[in-house]
Design a protein around this ligand. Structure first.
Ligand code: ZN
Length: 402
């Protein structure tokens, strides 16, 4: 029997591929298929399942629960999101919701890495643990949320503030990480704070043939210059220290410019939008004060309007003070995994747990795999997927016995 036939007939891979074929895709994801599929999984695993709607009827949160031997202890949450980002099928060599498997065992689908893999690996690990008769001290909740790819505003973000979430009594969470093209496995313990804001500069309007004082263009030019200085300083920090990754520095990008009415008229208002991810070492109040000082120096009359201004969130401790970290680490050590602690470059639902003071780690066990999240031809190799189930078996056993 060839490896290919093994992969085709493997039950864990069949379930993974079935889940991948459900097109829960933005911009208007329909979760009905996921719900039906997950209800079947819960039944097969003999786990109770609950569905919550923290925002509206289109955005469910599914939670399966495996009660522990000491259910009064804070529980372990294994979280994943059901939604996936849009596809451009013309750029794919396989249908993006086909879950085709090629001769090398690569399974192609949107969500193969981000992050239907992890959700199904949790279930695969729990299936194996249940079959072996294992029981653990802590209750384990396996959650499947909506809307992560849009920032979780209709999913995890409101969910963590509901009575239903509080009743889950979560003490530790696992959520998504990233693939790694090398042997290493990145583990994410923190995220930067996303700030997105508009500088709306008002100034003297008039004819384009004059040199009017206090124009919107001059003001905006001054402020954009200051933002670009900050950007350059962070580029240098990265260049000068090979130990740093992009998650360690503040990223600054000018993302939108607008304004003007006619090409020969000095406009009354011009607007610039920035996407900034504040590094963990940035004093938020100081940064805000700096921006207001630049506005004053530019001559005033500039409104600062926030689209996002996320608070600083304490990183999850990765030392003896956090027994869940110690349990996680002993599992990956026993398996001989080469893990590397990192700060996540983007945002994940982990931040909503950390904001409540709940320790959370981001981990997707996909090494020797190109990072293809949100990319065309997203794939995960079958053996990497199956190895991930083995890895989660050990991790779940350890963290649920803390
Ligand atoms: Zn994701």
């Amino acid at each position: 029997m060839s490896a290919n036939t093994d992969w085709e007939s493997n039950e864990e891979l069949q379930l993974f591929r079935e889940y991948l074929r459900i097109p829960s895709v933005h911009p208007h994801p329909n979760y009905d298929g996921c719900l039906e599929f997950l209800k079947r999984q819960a039944k097969q695993l003999e786990l109770p399942l609950a569905v919550y709607y923290p925002s509206n009827a289109d955005n469910p949160v599914v939670v399966m629960t495996w009660i522990g031997l000491e259910p009064e202890l804070p529980a372990v949450l294994l979280n994943s999101h059901m939604d996936v980002v849009p596809v451009f099928p013309e750029n794919w060599t396989h249908p993006p919701f086909g879950a085709d498997i090629d001769k090398q065992g690569r399974i192609y689908a949107r969500g193969a890495q981000d992050m239907k893999c992890v959700g199904m690996q949790y279930l695969g690990a729990i299936r194996a643990l249940k079959q072996s008769g294992s029981r653990f001290r802590r209750t384990i909740h396996i959650s499947f949320v909506a809307d992560e790819e849009m920032g979780g505003a209709l999913g995890m973000r409101p969910f963590v503030h509901t009575d239903e979430f509080r009743a889950l009594n979560v003490g530790f969470g696992l959520d998504e990480g990233l693939a790694s093209p090398t042997d290493e496995f990145p583990v994410f313990y923190a995220e930067r704070s996303v700030w997105r804001f508009y500088f709306k500069a008002s100034g003297t309007a008039g004819h384009g043939s004059l040199l009017l004082p206090g124009t919107a263009g001059e003001k905006l030019n001054y402020i954009v210059g200051k933002m670009m200085e900050l950007r350059r300083s962070q580029v240098l920090r990265l260049e000068n220290n090979p130990e740093l990754t992009i998650g360690d520095v503040t990223t600054v990008n000018l993302t939108r410019l607008s304004g003007g009415v006619q090409s020969n008229v000095v406009p009354p208002q011009l607007t610039a939008c920035f996407d900034v991810r504040l590094a963990l070492d940035v004093d938020h109040r100081q940064f805000e004060a700096d921006m207001h000082r630049w506005i004053e120096e530019a001559g005033g009359g500039v409104e600062l309007e926030y689209e996002h201004q996320r608070p600083r969130v304490e990183p999850t401790a990765t030392d003896e003070s956090n027994p869940f970290w110690m349990a996680f680490k002993s599992a990956t050590d026993e398996l001989g995994l080469d893990i590397k602690l990192q700060i996540f470059t983007g945002g994940t639902d982990s931040r909503y747990l950390r904001e409540l003071g709940i320790p959370a780690l981001g981990f997707s066990p996909m090494n020797n795999t190109p990072v293809l999240l949100h990319d065309h031809d997203e794939f995960l190799q079958a053996d990497v997927y199956l190895r991930g189930i083995e890895i989660f078996k050990k991790i779940i056993k350890n963290v649920a016995n803390v």
